[in-house]
Ligand binder design. Sequence first.
Ligand code: HEC
Length: 153
Amino acid sequence: MQKLLVVLFAAFLSSLAAANEVAIAPTVSAAGLPPLGATWLSENPYRGNPLAPAIGQQAYNQACARCHGADASTNAAPAPDLRNLNRFCRRIADAELNAACLRDNDAYFAKTVRHGKIIVGVTHMPPWEGVLKQELAWAIQVFFESRVTGRRE
Ligand code: HEC
């Protein structure tokens, strides 16, 4: 009986995962953002670009919101609140150290988005490489960073 329950539970979990784990490309144009080509950068080239937040918002809501929460403005979603991603950098007042922290953060963001989060064989987040254009990925990061409130945590 116990074994049966375990098997049923595992089947239930994998059916949940199968329904969620597909990466679906957003239908958003990156027109207006400087094109970046196929090789992924490790630093966000769009901070300060006035077009990036709106393009990123549309792409985020189509591709990321179902797990990370609508408009990057809730911490009640099943996946981590992305506004927290550079929280540790925001605490660093020294400009040079802060820039170094953001560079590490960007590299982690790019790596995570490209390869997804597959942990002991379970896909928590699908890989986005080949599905999501890097222009949209960086615009998404600019968007959710724009949702961070002014408070230094
Ligand atoms: C199918 C659900 C799902 C979708 C869709 C999804 N993610 Fe995720 N993502 C997750 C989960 C779950 C985690 C946490 C995985 C873990 O660490 O166990 C995660 C983690 C991340 C992380 C690392 C967060 C951290 O604190 O370390 C980043 C960055 C990220 N996702 C970006 C994105 C972006 C950008 C999109 C849209 C292009 C996206 N995700 C779409 C489920 C999803």
